[in-house]
Design a protein around this ligand. Sequence first.
Ligand code: MSP
Length: 671
Amino acid sequence: MPETFYITTPIYYVNDVPHIGHAYTTVAADTMARYMRLTGREVYFLTGTDEHGQKVEKTAASKGITNKEFVDSVAPRFQELCRTLNASNDDFIRTTEERHKNAVQHIFKLLQEKGAIYKGEYEDWYCVPCESFWTELQLKDGKCPDCGRDVDKLKEESYFFKLSEYGGEDGKLTKFLEANKGFIMPESRYNEVLSFVKGGLRDLSVSRTSFTWGIPVPGDERHVIYVWLDALTNYISALGWPEDTGKFKRFWPADVHVIGKDILRFHAVYWPAFLMALDMPLPKRVFSHGWWTLAGEKMSKSKGNVVDPFSVVDELDRHGIGVDGFRYFLLREVPFGLDGDYSRDALVNRINIDLANDLGNLHFRTINMIEKYLGGEIPCPDKPSGPEGTLNESIPGIAAEYCGCMGDMSFSDALQEAWKAISEANRVIDHSAPWALAKSDKEEDKAHLGNVLGVAAQVLKASAVLLHPFMPEKTQVIWEQLGHETRLDTLKVDLSGNFFAYEKGQRIKKGQAPFPRIETERIKALKAASAAASGKEAKVATAKPATPSPLPSPAGGEGGKEQGCFIKIDDFMKVELKVGKVLSAERVPKSDKLIKMQIDLGTETRQIVGGIGKSYEPEQLVGRNVVVVANLKPAKLMGIESKGMVLAAGDVDSLKLASFEAEVTPGTRVK
Ligand code: MSP
C-alpha cells in the first residue's frame, strides 16, 4: 500500500467573492498534492466552503432570500475557482451538507460526554465580521484587533469548551507544542503560537443564541454551534467520520493544513485542543502562509482593491500562457510564509523572463536542433565531459535539493533549484554552439553535438517533471514534445533515480511554443507611439527623395571640403539604431535566405525578417545582441511583415552581424 498524504485548504467563506488570497492557498495546496502524487503517495486533497454564521444570515436577509438560497447561489463560484486554477482536489465539502452537519453534532455530543464542554454565561465584545469574541484587554482602541471594526457587547447563555486546561506553562497544548516544533511552520509562527499558549488560555464559548444560521446544539436547539468548531470539523467530516471509518482510518491525521496567517490561532490552538479532548490524533503540520497586498495595502471587498483570479487567468489565457503563468508567479514571487505585494508588472516580468526567455528558450532551441541536426531522435549522452558533463552530473543533486525544498513547502526555493539546471543548459548551448558543431565532419564534433543536445534534452525532461506540480498544463505540452505519450499527472517518479534519461530511439514531436512572451499595455502604448513617430520620419525621408550626392573623396581630397558630400549629424540621428536581443528565430519556409526573428527592443518585441539565412542558423541567433534599424518603414518579405532591419556586413553567404564587445541592454540607442 502506498504511503498516504492528506492535505487541506481552509474552507472559504461564501460571503466574500473569490480573490487572490483564496487562489493562493488553493494553488499552494494543489502544487503540494501534485508533488506528492508524482512521488508515489496516495493523496487526498480537500477544499470547500464555510457557509454558516451571522454574516451569511445578514447578507441573505439584505438580499431578501433564504440563507440556503444565498449559499447555494455563491458556493458554485468557489467550485469554479478550483476548476479555473486547475486544482486537483479529491473532494469539495460544504458545511451545509448533511454529512458535515452530522459530524459536527457528533463532535459536540462527544465533547459533552467527555466533560470537555459545560454550560455557562458569556459576556464579551463580539466582532460580527470576524465571528470572534474579544476581551476588553484584547481590543485595540475599542475596536476589533483583527479587522479594526466596531465590536458589540454580547451577553448570552453559552456552552463553553474547557480550553483553559490546554494553555499555561503546564498546559496539555503547551507540552505538545514544546515537543513538536515542526507542528507549525514557518518557525516564526510557531514561536508566536507557543508564547500565546504559554501565556494561558480562557475557556472558549462554543455556542451562540444570537443568531440561527448554524448547526443546532444537539438537544438544545436554541443554540447553534460556534462557527469555528463547525468549520474545523470539515477536515474529518469530509473523510466520512464518524460513519465511514475506512477513509478516515486511511488518511487521518492530516499531513498538512495549509492556511493563511490570519487563521493560525484557530488551527494551531483551538483545533488541536478539540482533538486532544476527543482523544484523536492531531494533524502533523499547520503551514501558515503570508498575505498578498495590493500597492502595499490590505485587499478588501469594501475598498474594492481585490485582485480577481478569474480575470487574471482570463488575460493570461488570451496571451496563450494560461493559468500556469499565474500558478508559477504565485509560488515563485514570494517565499511561502512571507507577505508579498501583487502587481501586474511583476506577474508579466516573471512570465517573460523566467518562462518565455529561460525555459521557453531552452525548449525551443533543444527541440529545434534535435529535429534539424539529428533528424528528430533524442540522443543519449555518451560519457559527456566539459560543461555538459558537469551539468549532466548535477541533475540528481538538483532534484534532491528540490525534493528537500518541496518537503518544507519552500516552493520558491524549489523552483530556483530547477532553474539552476535550466539556466546552465542555456549557457552550455551558447558556449558549445551546436550549430557550428553540426557543420563539422569530425567524429568528435558529432559526438560533442550529441552530448550537448542529449544533456539539454535531459534537463528539459527533468524540468517537465520537477515543474509539473507547479504548471501541470504547460509541462504536459513539453513532455509530449519530448516524445512521451503518457500523462504526467498519473506518472509516479523516483526523483532520486535516473528519471531524466531517455530510451534509445525516442523521437521529439515538435509543436507550439508553450510560453509566448506577453507584451504589456505600457509596451504596446510605446510601440504605437514609436510606430506613429517612425511613420512621420518615413514620410520626411520619402517625400522628397534625396538626389544622390557624390561620395566624399578620401580625406584631404577636394570633395571632402564640400559640405554637400556629408550628411549632418541630425540626418544621421534620423536613423534610429537600437540594440536588440534575439528572442526567437526560425527560417521562412521555402527560403534559404530569410530568417524571421522576434527581437526584444527593450520596450517592445519586434518581428524582423532578415536575409541572413545563408550565413546563420536560427539557433545561433537566439540570445544574441544585434543592431536594429528601428524606424525603417515596415515591409513584407515573402508575405511576412518585417518591422526593421538588422545590420550585417559582407556577402550574402558570409554575412557577419554587427555586434558589441559586451552585453548591452536591449533598447539602448546606437550612436
Ligand atoms: N472560513 C475561514 C476558514 C475556515 S477553515 C476551517 C476563512 N475563510 S476566508 O475565506 O476568509 O479565508 C480563506 C483563506 O484565504 C485564509 O487562509 C486566508 O488567509 C486566505 N486569504 C484571504 N486573503 C488573503 C490575502 N490577501 N493573501 C493571502 N491569503 C489570504 O478564514
